[in-house]
Design a protein around this ligand. Sequence first.
Ligand code: ADP
Ligand code: MG
Length: 439
Amino acid sequence: MHLKLWHDLLQLLEGSLSREAIALWLLPVKPLLASREKLVLEVPNGLHERIVRERYLGAIGRCARALTGAAMEIDFVAAPSDPAPPPHAPPPPPARGRRAAAALNPAYTFDDFVVGSCNRAAYRAALAAADRPGKRHNPLFIHGGVGLGKTHLLQAVGARVRGRGPRSFAYAPADALMDELLEAIRGGAVASVKKRLSSVPILLVDDVHSLAGKNQIQEEFFSLFTSVLGRGGQVILSSDRPPKEIPRFQQRLVSRFESGTMIELKKPALSTRLAILGRKAKRLGLSLPRPILMLLASEIRSNIRRMEGAVNRLAAQATIGGGIPGREAVEALLRNDLLGGDAQAVTTRGIQQRVASHFQLRTGTLLGPSRSGRVVFPRHLAMYLCRRLVNSPYADIGAAFSGRDHTTVMHACAAVEELLRRNGDARELVDRLITAIRS
Ligand code: ADP
Ligand code: MG
């Protein structure tokens, strides 16, 4: 029960926390016990407990309530021995801001990356950049939808070169880098931060689309980026879309990104999905019969993270129930699960209806021509959710909103992303809507 609850919680938390936050702070937590009112979690050490308490307790509590329907007390106990942190453990974060150099997820290696026609070009280019930095594919720009392996590939480069020296690379999600640069600007230390970051042979910046609209940061980023390239260093970037589709992005950045190698990660074909599912299951010690793999591979098509989520669930069920779940259990999982049956379960139409009803509008009004603030914000939010949950191209989303233009959708998504960055209540609202849409 506690294992399943924790797995469910992690799934739900994926809607509101970054992959990195979950990997760094929540995956190391072990559920020990759960009753109707209490969940006991084992944490590796006191520091870990403090960070989980300070940053994630609220979200864990909210998700626990969403899952069980009742308020739950959450208790922590330290693991029996309080081991010294491993050599590559992230340093404790400073009180303000984050350090840009983030820790790597040990599961994200080239060996663990399943290669198919959807991702072969990106895999090869990343490997070549790791082995001969700065020689070809520089900068290397990898783009593609959510859950298709961008972070995995960037971190695989870091993992591969880590042994070459203490500062053989720097990996950072763009928003963490942005926080660090902003903090440095405020503290008058931007030059030294840029100097430190530009001295690495390989700079890996994940999710650069989150720099959209951040003019001052784009300036700093441009100069950091050119100084790494100028020293013969390798730059690898990822984004959820090609450079020229990133809204409010400086043209010179677009041109520099486009001057290197740009590669798209596509959705995996059936055979690749089967291979990925098999690999993930094997990692968890779960041997799934082929018909079950086929069922999962045919239902979950466009997001590898969801495949992984499904396999994690099945592994948890196998641990609890003591056996490999049968077809009915898997069908139920796909039907009821927060994972949804992928794009089929979460549709543009479903999102429009849910958002309209949340704001007490008729769907026709949401889609119609009204420019009143009461309607425009919900409309933007619905577009954003379509992009995030259905992952359709902007043009398709525009078409589904009474034939609006793709640039309208891009601006709407950027505006909502900006709001979410600034406003915790908006994030909470979006989380709740996502939970409702997926359930
Ligand atoms: P993105 O950054 O593009 O949103 P991630 O890199 O976080 O996606 O990938 C989502 C999950 O899917 C990760 O757990 C990752 O290990 C897994 N994954 C993605 N692509 C592959 C692949 N080709 N082989 C194995 N696992 C993959
Ligand atoms: Mg990512």
